[in-house]
Design a protein around this ligand. Structure first.
Ligand code: NDP
Length: 321
C-alpha cells in the first residue's frame, strides 16, 4: 500500500463530545479508532467557558478542560488523534465495502467503518460588510471574544437562547449591549427572556435588522433598519456578535448521504445508521433539536456500538442474529 493510502478499521471525523465518546467506546472494543480533529480541535465546547449541565461535574467544568479530558480518555484506550480535515469522501454502497476519505486533499484513508461527528458551525448574516469585518470586530462567539470589548458598547444579533445567553455574558464585561431581534419577540426560553429583560445595560430592539456594519479596518458602528417602518438608524459600537444559529458541517457528504432540507444527516430510527452501510453519524451533525454536549456524547456512544455490531456482522454474518 502506498504511503499516501492507509487502511483504518474505524475512522472518526470530528473531535467534539460525539467524536471523542465514539472513540472511547470504539477503542475499548478493539476497533483501533483514528480521529481526525477537523478545523476546530475539541469542537464548539472549546469556545464555551463554563459547562454546568454535563452530569458528573457538580461544580461545572470549563469547555476546553472538558475537551482535553475527553481526548486523554480516548487516548488512554489507544485512540490515535490526528490533526487534519476531510476534504473529499467516496462512500461505498456495499455491505462490507470500503469508504475512501481524503484528508487535506492529500492522503487517502480506506475506512472499514466511518463515524461522522463533524458537528455544526455558526451561521453569519452574509452581508458584505459583516464578512469584511470578521476578525475586525465581528465575531460569532461572545465567550471567545467578549473580553476584547471590556467597558465598550457592543451589539448582538439573534433572539434565541444563544443570543440571550451571550448578551447576558457580554453585559458583565461591556458597558452596553444592544440586542437586535428581527421579530417582535424573542425565541429564547422564558427563563432566558426574563434574564435579559432584567439586565439594565441590555437594550433589546425588536423588528430590527442590520443594514450595514460600519467601519474600515474595524467595527465602528451599525446602520440598523426597522423592518416594519423601513426607518434607519446608526449607532456607535466596537464589537458585533452574531448568534443566529448553526449550520451542520456536511458539505463534503452532499449527494452521498441522505440529509434533511437544512443539511442535517438523516439517521435511521433510533440508531446512528445512515443510508450507507458502515457509515454512522452522531452529535450535532445529525441533531438540530437537542444540540447538547451530553446528547452528542450519547449518540457518539451509539455510533461506536453500531459500528462494532456492523463489523461483527460483515466479518462473520452467520454468527450474528
Ligand atoms: P435558534 O435557531 O434557536 O435561534 C436563532 C435566532 O436567530 C432566532 O431568534 C432567529 O430569529 C434569529 N435569526 C436567524 N437568522 C437570522 C438572520 N438572518 N437575521 C437575524 N436574525 C436571525 O438558535 P440558537 O443558537 O439560539 O439555539 C439553538 C438551540 O440550542 C436551541 O434549541 C436552543 O434552545 C439551544 N440552546 C440552549 C441553551 C441553554 O439551554 N442554555 C443555550 C444556547 C442554545 P427568528 O426567531 O425570527 O427565526
Amino acid at each position: 500500500m502506498s504511503e499516501n493510502r492507509e487502511r483504518i478499521k474505524t475512522l472518526i471525523l470530528g473531535s467534539g463530545p460525539a467524536g471523542y465518546t465514539a472513540a472511547i467506546y470504539a477503542a475499548r472494543a478493539d476497533l483501533h479508532p483514528v480521529i481526525y480533529t477537523g478545523m476546530e480541535p475539541g469542537g464548539q465546547l472549546t469556545t464555551t467557558t463554563e459547562v454546568e449541565n454535563f452530569p458528573g461535574y457538580p461544580e461545572g467544568v470549563d469547555g476546553p478542560t472538558m475537551m482535553v479530558q475527553l481526548q486523554q480518555q480516548a487516548e488512554r484506550f489507544g485512540t490515535q488523534v490526528r490533526i487534519g480535515m476531510a476534504t473529499e469522501v467516496r462512500l461505498s454502497d456495499e455491505p462490507g465495502g470500503i469508504h475512501e476519505v481524503v484528508i487535506d486533499n492529500d492522503k487517502t484513508l480506506e475506512a472499514e467503518t466511518l463515524v461522522i461527528a463533524t458537528g455544526a458551525s455558526a451561521k453569519y448574516l452574509g452581508l458584505p460588510s459583516e464578512q469584511r469585518l470578521r476578525g475586525g470586530g465581528v465575531s460569532a462567539c461572545a465567550v471567545c471574544d467578549g473580553f476584547f470589548y471590556k467597558g465598550q458598547e457592543v451589539a448582538i444579533v439573534g433572539g434565541g437562547d444563544t443570543a440571550a445567553e451571550e448578551a447576558s455574558y457580554l453585559s458583565k464585561i461591556c458597558s452596553k449591549v444592544t440586542m437586535l431581534v428581527r421579530k417582535d419577540q424573542l425565541r429564547a426560553s422564558k427563563a432566558m427572556q426574563n434574564r435579559v429583560m432584567s439586565i439594565p445595560n441590555i437594550e433589546i430592539r425588536f423588528n430590527t435588522e442590520i443594514d450595514e456594519v460600519l467601519g474600515g479596518q474595524v467595527v465602528e458602528g451599525l446602520r440598523m433598519v426597522d423592518n416594519q417602518t423601513g426607518e434607519k438608524e446608526e449607532i456607535a459600537i466596537t464589537g458585533l456578535f452574531i448568534a443566529i444559529g448553526h449550520k451542520p458541517n456536511t458539505d463534503i457528504f452532499k449527494g452521498q448521504l441522505d440529509m434533511d432540507p437544512t443539511g442535517y444527516i438523516q439517521t435511521r430510527g433510533k440508531s446512528t445508521k445512515t443510508n450507507k452501510p458502515g457509515v454512522f453519524a452522531c452529535g450535532d451533525v445529525q441533531d438540530k433539536d437537542y444540540r447538547q454536549a451530553v446528547t452528542a456524547a450519547g449518540t457518539g456512544c451509539m455510533a461506536a456500538l453500531d459500528a462494532e455490531r456492523y463489523l461483527a456482522e460483515v466479518e462473520s454474518p452467520q454468527e450474528v442474529g
